[in-house]
Design a protein around this ligand. Structure first.
Ligand code: 4FV
Length: 244
């Protein structure tokens, strides 16, 4: 997969891609990154990329000319999802990450200041994604969140330290608790089912914990999850033991 990021602060993005799984995925040839600054496509002497908003008001708006020239240059007449990171976008979900992981190429646009000129949306933006209902100073961190969520799903991207298949949300449920050595810490012990080596009991316990945690923290997720008869039995079992 090839991922191009358009940002006024390319070092900020490039730096974060030099670590851990992103760096290893690049070394493994699973993904290629490029980070470009639209200022390089500004044609005026001062390489202006932003200006005051028509209609007045505070803040600056990113100008259409450098951004559109940059994006059309990157597309080179070809076709690829051009994704604007914005609070007005489709919420980023595991499902959306899986969909984008199926693409050969992604172009991600990082807004800044008040946002981008609307005509950029009309001319070149194909998708808009939000990482959450809050306002950040720039689209760089959202772009990195999207890249992380997508690249870790690419075959060969993650070693065995991660198992995207067993992710939270991979089946629409929150993840079960995790434990590792020592068996006892500050008087807190590891659930015995995890140390007795009965894999099917471990599988059931983890599923039950996912169901319970989802019920308590994100009941709406449970409502739309595809539950098996075993899931219903595990939930009933767990809730029977609970005080009303
Ligand atoms: C954002 C978000 C976000 C808005 C104005 C950049 C900022 C500034 N992007 N999910 N939440 N973007 O806050 O994606 O241009």
């Amino acid at each position: 997969m090839r991922i191009d990021v358009v940002s006024l602060f390319p070092e900020m993005v490039a730096g974060a891609l030099d670590f851990s799984i992103m760096a290893r995925a690049r070394e493994a040839g699973v993904v290629g990154f490029s980070v470009v600054n639209p200022r390089e496509w500004a044609t005026d002497r001062h390489r202006i990329v932003d200006d005051t908003p028509y209609g007045g008001g505070a803040g600056m708006v990113l100008k259409p000319e450098p951004l559109v020239a940059c994006l059309e240059g990157l597309l080179g007449g070809g076709d690829a999802p051009v994704i604007l990171m914005t609070p007005q976008g489709e919420p980023l979900t595991q499902q959306a990450a899986r969909r984008l992981a199926g693409e050969d190429r992604l172009i991600i646009v990082c807004g800044h200041y008040e946002g981008i000129d609307e005509r950029v949306r009309e001319l070149v933006i194909t998708d808009e994604i939000s990482i959450g209902d809050y306002v950040l100073t720039g689209g760089e961190l959202p772009a990195l969140v999207l890249i992380d969520a997508v690249v870790r799903l690419l075959p060969g991207a993650v070693g065995n330290e991660l198992s995207p298949e067993a992710d939270s949300f991979s089946e629409g449920l929150l993840e079960h608790p995790h434990y590792t050595r020592p068996p006892e810490f500050r008087g807190l012990t590891v659930p015995r089912v995890l140390t007795e080596g009965d894999h099917d009991q471990v599988r059931r316990w983890r599923r039950q914990q996912s169901l319970l945690r989802t019920l308590r923290r994100r009941p709406h997720l449970l409502a739309r999850a595809e539950l098996t008869n075993e899931d219903r039995e595990l939930l009933r079992e767990a809730l029977e033991g609970e005080p009303d």
